[in-house]
Design a protein around this ligand. Structure first.
Ligand code: TYD
Ligand code: MG
Length: 470
């Protein structure tokens, strides 16, 4: 009987141990031992005789870059415009894509729709599910109403054993295979539970080995924790060609898909989706919706944000309310908590807006996340407006305001990327007054331009002339 063929390797110091240990005896770190298959390499069997230099390996031919063939890899269109755009034009044959997102966000729905579209376009596809039975998958696919989607023509394999999955991929040689999810497959050679770091790494590496030769594009689905870390799958980021992140909250309407890493395109792209009864629907007019839904009451401001290379208008809301708690609450949704702390500090120190011991809540409406410094000014204006109980408005009292800009530590407003596109988007939706670093150099001036006493009441033209009008 052969001995178990796995070893445990410390991911910090590479110490090798036959058994798993909580603490690495090599470096003393905790929880760093990861199970791996012990490769039957000659060096290990050599028992002490160390190889010298190249160890007799043959040299390979090297190529000048200008002689490298750059004929574009063909793209497999998923038929979901937003997905194709985020991928940089579609799936690249033979590539490995990791799709991360929290449970219930719509990963299975999105990948199922993509496979349905690909099947309708005559591609060979395969949907491997380690989570659901074939019946469950069928029930979901019956709901997918996308036109030109052959959702029920998708061949499925409900299986958790890695060996069986690999053999099936080898036999079927599909153009695209979805593994839903990478955490549920189990490599029998490793003793670790499915989803453990060792298992996830092994599963991904072996699938890649099998898929690459046949040019099969692989979409690995991975669950992420609420904190946003791809808990297990994070260890795959270096291995895969693209990392897509599906974000949003289950309870909210909107979800965004962005590329965190993309070897075949830009990571500046993002797509917005809405979960409907017939599957995920691309939201192409997200700005229009958010603007029309904006309350424009005290504490509400429209931010001209960037979702990748596209401008997106979103409503940022703030509430400032007296608190008995020490320290007071600072609750955020859709923005970084540290940015709020910074903006509050600058507001108090340089703009005369102190929130003192009040609770401050800031929310980006619709479950959208804005992770960019351009959101600072919106946070500042929303908080100031909420604190004063005055709605934002341009000085002539007619035109609603939009804003963007980074807030600097000395109270200045700093330029952010794509100012023109943000301006154009705001104007497109009738937000003629755009408060931006180009026109208002400081946060104090920005506040004055849209929060001046009587600004919303229509007290004539803005004296400072610091806001931009179309
Ligand atoms: P799912 O794709 O299973 O999420 P994940 O694979 O990321 O865990 O679907 C998430 C939710 O979406 C599920 O609770 C049901 C809902 N849903 C719809 O609202 N409409 C639909 O057409 C489908 C297929 C699902
Ligand atoms: Mg799922």
């Amino acid at each position: 009987m052969a001995r178990p063929t796995t070893i445990h390797v410390c991911s910090t110091c590479a110490q090798r141990e036959p058994r798993w240990m909580g603490q690495c005896p090599g470096c003393g770190e905790w929880n760093t031992m990861v199970e791996e298959r012990s490769a039957p390499v000659a060096t290990a069997a050599g028992g002490g005789s160390r190889l010298r230099g190249s160890g007799g390996a043959r040299p390979a031919a090297v190529t000048r870059l200008k002689d490298v063939d750059t004929s574009r890899a063909p793209r497999l269109k998923t038929g979901i415009g937003e997905v194709d755009r985020v991928l940089g034009g579609g799936l690249v044959a033979g590539s490995l894509v990791l799709l991360g997102g929290s449970p219930g966000i719509g990963k299975s729905t999105l990948t199922g729709m993509a496979l349905g579209n690909l099947a309708a376009a005559g591609r060979d596809v395969l949907y491997v599910s380690g989570e659901e039975s074939a019946q469950q998958i069928r029930l979901r696919h019956e709901r997918l109403l996308t036109p030109s989607c052959a959702a029920l023509d998708v061949p499925v394999l409900a299986e958790t054993d890695l060996g069986t999955v690999l053999a099936t991929i080898e036999a079927e040689k599909p153009d695209v295979v979805v593994i839903d999810s990478v955490q549920t497959l189990h490599a029998a050679e490793l003793s670790g539970a499915p989803g453990s770091v060792g298992q996830v790494r092994e599963v991904a590496a072996r699938i890649m080995q099998v898929a690459k030769p046949s040019g099969t594009a692989v979409l690995l689905v991975g669950h992420v924790t609420k904190e946003g870390s791809l808990a297990g799958p994070r260890v795959l980021e270096h291995l895969v060609d693209c990392v897509l992140q599906f974000e949003g909250e289950r309870e909210r309407m909107y979800r965004t898909l962005r590329a965190l890493k993309n070897r075949f395109g830009s990571t500046n792209e993002a797509g917005v989706f809405e979960m409907m009864s017939g599957g995920l629907v691309e939201v192409l007019d997200a700005s229009a919706r958010f603007v029309s839904e904006a309350t424009r009451k005290p504490g509400s401001v429209v931010l001209a944000a960037m979702e990748g290379s596209r401008p997106l208008l979103v409503e940022v809301q703030a509430l400032v309310s007296p608190s008995e708690l020490v320290p007071p609450r600072r609750v955020v949704n859709g923005i970084d908590r540290n940015r709020l702390a910074l903006v509050l500090a600058v507001l108090g120190r340089h703009a005369g807006v102190g929130v003192g011991t009040a609770d401050v809540f800031v929310n980006v409406v619709g479950g959208v996340r804005v992770d960019e410094p351009g959101a600072d000014l919106a946070i500042a204006l929303a908080v100031a407006s909420a604190q004063r109980g005055v709605a934002l408005g341009s000085a002539d009292g007619k035109l609603p305001a939009a804003c963007f800009g980074e807030v600097g530590l000395t109270g200045e407003l700093r330029t952010v990327a794509h100012a023109d596109r943000r301006m154009d988007e705001a104007r497109k939706f009738g937000l003629a007054t755009v408060v931006s670093p180009a026109r208002t150099p400081t946060l104090r001036a920005a506040l004055k331009s849209v929060l001046a006493p009587g600004a919303a009441a229509g007290s004539g033209p803005d004296r400072t002339g610091e806001t931009r009008r179309a």
